[in-house]
Design a protein around this ligand. Structure first.
Ligand SMILES: CC(C)(COP(=O)(O)OP(=O)(O)OC[C@H]1O[C@@H](n2cnc3c(N)ncnc32)[C@H](O)[C@@H]1OP(=O)(O)O)[C@@H](O)C(=O)NCCC(=O)NCCS
Length: 205
């Protein structure tokens, strides 16, 4: 499987492609991350400068992809986040780079998934389809044992994506990166059921 070129489709038939960010994405990432919801609910810097986008695209993202390319990437250790850019191909009104979807490595084959999507294409199922694809890849190709999702309490749109892709909610917790703010947690374990697609797609145990 080529992790650099994943594709999927929304239930409405919109094609979505997942691939590493490219240097020519910097301005677009900068623009997308001005969105107040992305700044409110994610850990992107606030205010978000062009240098933040540049660092993300040219330094943060390539680290894990270098491991993929030289064959040393493993889900086992704590390590750099593997991040895909979420794009709609073609030249239609929704075409282009719209989001980010990443897997942080927590150690012992446990991953933490995180995402954001541009405001103009929310509610179209793009993130739900992308997450379902990356979850299947994480269990099948990367050998993850469990995948965790965390969101600041109240982030209903993100929780909806987690719910629709089969996560089981584990309740409120706190995380160092969010200080003492309450955080929702959810987990999907190997052998769990993905709720995406006709009848749901079974993750092999
Ligand atoms: C979280 C986020 C990626 C969700 O994007 P999205 O475009 O709503 O995702 P999808 O369209 O794939 O939505 C999945 C489902 O949630 C539903 N949904 C979306 N927003 C909703 C809301 N506010 N209330 C209820 N349902 C909602 C969608 O209709 C869809 O349901 P369906 O599949 O049955 O049609 C987007 O809102 C975002 O980027 N927010 C800012 C950043 C952020 O919060 N990141 C996550 C941090 S944990």
């Amino acid at each position: 499987m080529n992790l650099r070129q994943l594709s999927t489709e929304t239930r409405g038939g919109l094609r979505v492609e997942l691939a590493p960010f490219r240097p020519d994405d910097i301005d677009r990432v900068y623009w997308l991350c001005q969105d107040p919801e992305i700044q409110r609910w994610t850990t992107v810097p606030t205010p978000y400068h062009r240098e933040d986008a540049q660092r993300f695209v040219t330094e943060y993202v390539p680290t894990a992809w270098r491991e993929v390319d030289d064959g040393t990437f493993s889900a086992e250790p704590v390590g750099a986040e593997l991040v895909w850019a979420v794009r709609v191909p073609g030249d239609g009104p929704t075409a282009g780079l719209w989001g980010s979807l990443g897997l942080k490595r927590l150690g012992q084959r446990r991953l933490e998934i995180g995402w954001w999507l541009g405001a103009d294409v929310r509610g179209m199922g793009i993130m739900r389809a992308s997450v379902a694809k990356v979850l299947a890849v994480a269990f099948d190709a990367l050998g993850a044992s469990e995948i965790w999702w965390y969101a600041m309490e109240g982030n209903e749109p993100s929780a909806r994506v987690a719910q629709r892709t089969g996560f089981a909610f584990t309740g409120l917790t706190t995380l160092p990166m969010h200080g003492d703010k309450p955080v929702w947690g959810a987990v999907l374990r190997r052998g769990g059921r993905l709720m995406f697609g006709p009848g749901g797609a079974r993750i092999p145990s």
